[in-house]
Design a protein around this ligand. Structure first.
Ligand code: FEO
Length: 385
């Protein structure tokens, strides 16, 4: 396992997790990476640790460049365990390193680890550190993705180590979007944004404004590939944070005896009159993919049967996930079949309305008749307008 030079004197020394398929419920369909970067200057600086079980991989790559005992600083841009759970093991080898992080980062690390013997350098937004011919500048990234988050900017090289922001969950040998394929990288970046960062849209817009004042040649996040043309990903973030939508209707449903499914299909067919349609079954399809499609859809239809005077549980669970991600600016339809009361449709509508979606309801007793299927088709067509 070798380091990869990403810029003169700056190397990727991270780890590739080819096998992981579940990142706290985010389906990592093609694995992920925990990126770490080693800067060789008068001072040797490691940007970010990695997940605990990959520390040996990080050390093997790093040791080909420098004896880990010579690492003087380890920047912890973010304390979430996918990055920082390997820190204690790393510090047992890089014994002389000072940990650089935010105040909240320090407080968090000392909850995760016994840290009384560690050397810390706590930094604030705009603080700098000269490491030889290079200067590191630390930028506040509060809530991108946790309250502790910072980014590290290498002033002379114009490289932004952005940690979670601009990342993607995809395992690859390629280290640049241009090598993986920009469209491919954007596809994974959108999945990441939708499932991890969507609820932070307002903050992201503000942060993008602030970053306009920083000249960046390369964005190197902590997951996935780096962006040699930062404009591509920055503009995509701006679009996603605005919830810019396309003519697309996403239909999401579950079914007990096929009636809600019939409605879902009729709605989807009707919607296809004027828009692109995506139809998902909540127990068979990936929630990670469903919410990514919802991010830039103009309309969403959610359907479930009523069971035990409530919403069919898989749909209730999905709605809870959707609500936590706070999508915005959509029209909606709540639909479903029921036996003796239509509670599910009312509850689905309530959840969608709480998201600010203008929502219609369509509930059908037992099996939909031909006329009711025609009505579902028309509601789909209406939604697509
Ligand atoms: Fe990649 Fe918020 O951790």
């Amino acid at each position: 396992m070798n380091p990869k030079e990403i810029s003169e004197g700056i190397f990727w020394v991270g780890a590739i997790d080819w096998e992981e398929r579940d990142f706290h419920n985010f389906q990592t369909l093609r694995g992920l990476t925990y990126n770490s970067y080693l800067i060789l200057d008068e001072k040797k600086v490691l940007i970010d640790a990695v997940k605990h079980k990959f520390v040996s991989e990080q050390l093997e790559r790093s040791s080909k460049l420098v004896d880990p005992k010579e690492i003087e600083y380890i920047v912890v841009n973010h304390i979430e365990p996918d990055h920082a759970s390997g820190l204690a093991d790393l510090l047992r080898v890089a014994k002389n390193a000072t940990v650089i992080c935010s105040q909240k980062g320090k407080e968090g690390l000392c909850k995760f680890f016994e840290c009384k013997d560690w050397n810390f350098m706590v930094v604030k937004n705009g603080d700098t550190l000269k490491i030889g011919k290079r200067t590191l500048m630390f930028l506040d990234m509060t809530m991108l993705h946790w309250p502790d988050s910072i980014a590290t900017y290498v002033v002379e090289d114009k490289i932004l180590f952005s940690n979670d922001a601009f990342g993607q969950h995809v395992a690859s040998e390629e280290r640049f979007a241009e090598d993986l394929g920009v469209e491919e990288a954007l596809k994974w970046a959108k999945l990441y944004y939708a499932n991890i960062l969507m609820p932070l849209a307002t903050l992201i817009k503000k942060k993008l404004e602030e970053l306009k004042g920083v000249e960046v040649r390369l964005i190197a996040p902590s997951h996935g590939v780096a962006w040699r043309n930062p404009k591509v990903i920055v503009e995509s973030y701006a679009r996603w944070a605005e919830f810019k939508a396309e003519n697309k209707v996403v239909v999401v449903y579950d079914t007990m005896w096929g009636s809600t499914e019939k409605l879902a299909r009729a709605i989807a067919e009707g919607a296809s009159k004027n828009a692109k349609v995506r139809l998902f079954h909540v127990r068979k399809d990936s929630w990670t993919e469903i919410v990514t499609e919802i991010l830039d859809a103009k309309a969403v239809a959610v359907g479930a049967p009523t069971i035990h005077n409530s919403v069919f549980p898989p749909v209730a669970g999905f709605l809870s996930y959707l609500k936590s991600l706070k999508p915005k600016n959509k029209k909606a339809l709540a639909f479903g079949s029921y036996g003796w009361n239509g509670v599910a449709v009312k509850e689905i509508a309530k959840a969608l309305e709480e998201l600010g979606f203008e929502t219609q309801q369509f509930a059908v007793k037992f099996r939909p008749t031909k006329e009711e299927l025609q009505r579902a088709y028309e509601l789909g067509a209406e939604l697509s307008k």
